[in-house]
Design a protein around this ligand. Structure first.
Ligand code: SAM
Length: 246
């Protein structure tokens, strides 16, 4: 469906995304709760459950790309054993700064490291992580195929890929409510909390442009992953795609 927003040229997309996150970093966690009505917490919890990191003393290395303020990594570290570590890789120094503070507050600085970097060109060696997660990050990346190829590259053989992202809601009534929320509520909340409705309209549009569950599963398979599947959350408003590097 077309909602009449102007298309953002590919070359300008990452710059716009970076501006949005630089300006909201300090309010990001609060806005997440407001805009999703707290649902993002349940969805992230589901991702951590699927990740099923070792609770004992086995070592395990997670790479959380577009990890922002650290939600996934902090929950994962709290849920797993002492040798389960994480690296957050995010392109925004401002988001990482908030993340570092939260990690220190949680006393997890020995287990979670923050690295600035682009999902399309990860600053890590090949075959070096047991798992790769990306939550609400991949739709902000300009070339999804490059990000998926990099995910495949940095995972060890046997490594797990998990992606949590907004997806296509096909549940009658809920889809209309969701449209209203996306196009009427979110830009207003963006205006109120960050004084920047236009950026939020862009983010909403990026959600709508993102491939459907089936199409995204095809992209994940295309990057080389095996046993690719997905699980819808809240009627498909979000979905978790999973795959394995065999
Ligand atoms: N994963 C966190 C969460 O679920 O709360 C943060 C998600 S936030 C919506 C999107 C994050 O993606 C931002 O922190 C942003 O800086 C990051 N990002 C955008 N483009 C990126 C890129 N090309 N490479 C790495 N991170 C990127």
């Amino acid at each position: 469906a077309s909602f009449g927003f102007r298309a953002v040229p590919e070359t300008e997309r990452q710059g716009l995304v970076n501006k949005v996150f630089a300006s909201v970093a300090g309010r990001y966690d609060l806005m997440n709760d407001l805009m999703s009505g707290g649902l993002h917490r349940l969805w992230k919890r589901e991702l951590i459950t699927m990740l099923n990191a070792p609770r004992g003393t086995t070592s395990f290395k997670l790479l959380d790309v577009a990890g922002g303020t650290g939600d996934i990594s902090i929950r994962y570290a709290e849920d797993s054993g002492p040798n389960a570590t994480a690296v957050i890789c995010d392109i925004s120094p401002e988001m990482l700064e908030v993340g570092r503070r939260r990690i220190a507050d949680a006393g997890l600085q020995n287990r979670i490291q923050c690295v600035e970097g682009n999902a399309e060109e990860l600053p890590f060696e090949s075959s070096s992580f047991d798992a790769y997660t990306i939550a609400f990050g991949i739709r902000n990346v300009t070339h999804i195929d490059k990000a998926l190829a990099e995910a495949y590259r940095v995972l060890k053989p046997g490594g797990r890929f998990l992606c949590l992202e907004f997806s296509e809601c096909r549940v009658p009534v809920l889809d209309r409510l969701y449209d209203f929320h996306s196009f009427e509520i979110i830009p207003r909340l963006g205006q109120l909390t960050a004084g920047d409705a236009e950026s939020y309209r862009y983010l909403v549009e990026s959600i709508r442009r993102f491939p459907t569950q089936e199409k995204f599963a095809e992209l994940v398979r295309g990057a080389g992953f095996s046993r690719v599947n997905y699980r819808n959350l809240t009627g498909g408003i979000a979905a978790i795609h999973g795959g394995w590097k065999i």
